[in-house]
Structures are given as C-alpha cells and as structure tokens.
Ligand binder design. Structure first.
Ligand SMILES: Nc1ncnc2c1ncn2[C@@H]1O[C@H](COP(=O)(O)OP(=O)(O)OP(=O)(O)O)[C@@H](O)[C@H]1O
Ligand SMILES: [Mg+2]
Length: 246
C-alpha cells in the first residue's frame, strides 16, 4: 500500500527527515511513536505532498505508483486521507458542506454518513463552521468524520487521541476499528493506516500490527506495538532503541 524509500526532506532549508524507510502492506495498521519535534507530522504531510516539505532524495510509492512528484489533490484522489494533528478552523464553511463534498467524492451514501454523524455525536455541529470554536475532542471527532467519508484506502492519523477524554477515545477507536475492518481476516481488509500517538490510549481500542519509533527524522527501530510501547513507557525512546539492537 505504502512504500517509502530512503526519504530525505527539508523544510525551510533545514533537514527534518533523513533517509527514512517505511513499508505498510494492505490491511495493516502501523503505529508511529517518537518525541516532540522528531518529524512525525512532517512525514505525514510529506506523504500528502504539502509543498513546503521539499523531497531532496528518495521516493514515495502508493499502491506501486510513484507519487513523489504528484500534487496533494492527486494523492488524495488516489486514496490517501489524513486526520490532522492541528487542523485549522475554516470560517464561513459549514461542516455539513465539507462532509457532503467528501462523501460524494468517496462514494459514501447519505444515510451511511448520517449514521456516522450520529455515532460521532456531531449532529449539532454540522451547521457550524468547520472546527470554529470546537473543543479539542470535538475537533478530533470532526476530523475523523471528514476523513472516513472520504473513503481513503490509506489513512494517516496524527494523534487522534491527544486531548480526547476516555469515552471519546473509545468512540474514535470503535469507528476506526470498523473503518479499518479489524474484525475481518487480514487478507480481506482493503485499507491500511499509520497512527501517531504519544499516550498510546488509542491502542487500547485499535489493534495495530507493527510499531516504529522515529528519532531525529528517521525510523530508529521497529517491532511489535506492545513491546515497543512497554519499552518507551518504562525506559524512554533512547532505551527502546538499545532493546532493538539486542
Ligand atoms: N515550516 C517549518 N520551518 C522550520 N522548521 C519546521 C517547519 N515545520 C516543521 N519544522 C520543524 O521540524 C521538526 C519536526 O516537526 P514535526 O511537526 O514533524 O514533529 P513531530 O514529531 O510531529 O512533533 P510532535 O510530537 O510535537 O507533534 C521540528 O523541529 C519543527 O520545528
Ligand atoms: Mg506532530
């Protein structure tokens, strides 16, 4: 589904990602850990093709196609969606309008989208401007709604659990599990995901297949999510890498 080869990325002439490699197969959910400023969001926005992230070397392949040079809207059209860590509020644009446009593009029937709106407790938010005055947890639910109705094959989730209370993390986890078809056999799942989390709360609800630790702009170690998270929590990010070397 996603293959990143030897990716080096600069932002404002500063190198942020360094020779990064990552492979996510169809039906897989990967989790990405890493300290603040290590480059996690940069990686997601580079996969989406935001122009300020300049690829100096390396390639990004999506379903076998080289998308490194494609504009963002072409990548989204091919099936990549994102839940932003800090999305902007869009004054004058109603959430219902964005959801309708995304739903039509994604081929999701109106009644299915309405069910999702109710499940995510967003009915009263639909006539409000996108994210304007929304609380932290409300923003995450609104972002999740927008990305799910786009019906992407690869979904990039930048801290879906940060600032979200326990009950709402459970709700977000439930929607994600359903969307990622975690109840089905791996060979029957059609989508893949990359989830960034600091707290790991979301991992209590969404089963993940593989975990990676980003340090200083590169994937410093990979392994099973439970093991990696345990090492980070008990000994920190650096120690996790020592275990990887063992
Ligand atoms: N436009 C920019 N100009 C200069 N530096 C930038 C720019 N965008 C990002 N950076 C820097 O790139 C580094 C990586 O940022 P990034 O947002 O990818 O980190 P992160 O791993 O997502 O951190 P967090 O866990 O805090 O969200 C940071 O040091 C950040 O200041
Ligand atoms: Mg970030």
């Amino acid at each position: 589904m996603l293959e990143i080869k030897d990716l080096t990325v600069e932002v404002g002439e500063k190198t942020i990602l360094r020779s990064l490699n990552l492979h996510i197969g169809a039906g897989e959910v990967h989790v990405l850990f890493g300290p603040n400023g290590s480059g996690k969001t940069t990686l997601l926005l580079t996969i989406l093709g935001f122009p300020e992230f300049v690829v100096k070397s390396g390639r990004i392949l999506f379903k076998g196609e080289d998308i490194t040079e494609l504009p963002t809207h072409e990548r989204v059209r091919r099936g990549i969606g994102v839940l932003f860590q800090r999305p902007p509020a869009i004054r004058g644009v109603r959430l219902s309008d964005v959801v309708n446009i995304c739903r039509e593009q994604g081929g999701i029937p109106e009644d299915e989208a309405t069910k999702l709106v109710e499940l995510l407790k967003l009915s009263e938010f639909m006539r409000r401007d996108v994210n304007l005055g929304f609380s932290g947890g409300e923003v995450k639910r609104s972002e999740l709604l927008q990305v799910v109705v786009q019906n992407p094959e690869l979904v990039l989730l930048d801290e879906p659990d940060s600032g979200v209370d326990v009950e709402n993390v459970e709700l977000i986890g439930k929607v994600l599990n359903e969307f990622l078809e975690r109840g089905k056999r791996p060979s029957e799942r059609r989508r893949a995901a990359l989830v960034i989390t600091h707290s790991g709360f979301i991992l209590n609800y969404v089963r993940t297949d593989r975990a990676h630790v980003m340090l200083d702009g590169t994937i410093a170690c990979s392994g099973t999510p439970d093991e990696i998270f345990k090492h980070i929590m008990s000994e920190g990010y650096g120690a996790c890498i020592e275990h990887c070397r063992d």
